[in-house]
Design a binder for this molecule. Structure first.
Ligand code: HEM
Length: 95
């Protein structure tokens, strides 16, 4: 999901566009179906005209949701690390 194969990783797409989600949802649906480039380097995305608008909408909503999912995971990791750190400090103090 976040390794570059051909085209940008979905997590990077989510990070780039999540601030303008409503507008980008429509732009990306059109781009997935018709193809196009300009955002991620020299190679354009090929047209995927077998994909219906509903399918493109569902995929794009999922892709753009990855940013908030990533932000939530990040917050959870931080909370866990803080907890581990404070418990190890408490352990040291009580030894
Ligand atoms: C249904 C399948 C696919 C979906 C849902 C999808 C989705 C996306 C999305 C959301 C972007 C970001 C566009 C932007 O930021 O403007 C993107 C970019 C891109 N995708 Fe796809 N893609 C699909 C299939 C493919 C295929 C089959 C290829 C190539 C064989 C491809 C190659 C690329 C490339 C090269 C870009 C960068 C285009 C740019 O620079 O703006 N994609 N794709």
């Amino acid at each position: 999901m976040d390794v570059v194969l051909l085209g940008p990783p979905y997590t990077a797409i989510a990070a780039l566009h999540s601030a303008r989600k409503e507008v980008m949802l429509e732009v990306l649906i059109e781009k997935i179906i018709s193809g196009g480039g300009g955002n991620w380097g020299m190679a354009p995305m090929v047209p995927n005209d077998h994909v219906t608008e509903d399918e493109a909408r569902a995929m794009t909503e999922w892709i753009l949701s990855l940013e908030s999912r990533r932000a939530k995971e990040h917050a959870k990791k931080r909370a866990e690390l803080t907890w581990e750190r404070s418990s190890s400090l408490i352990e040291k103090e009580t030894l």
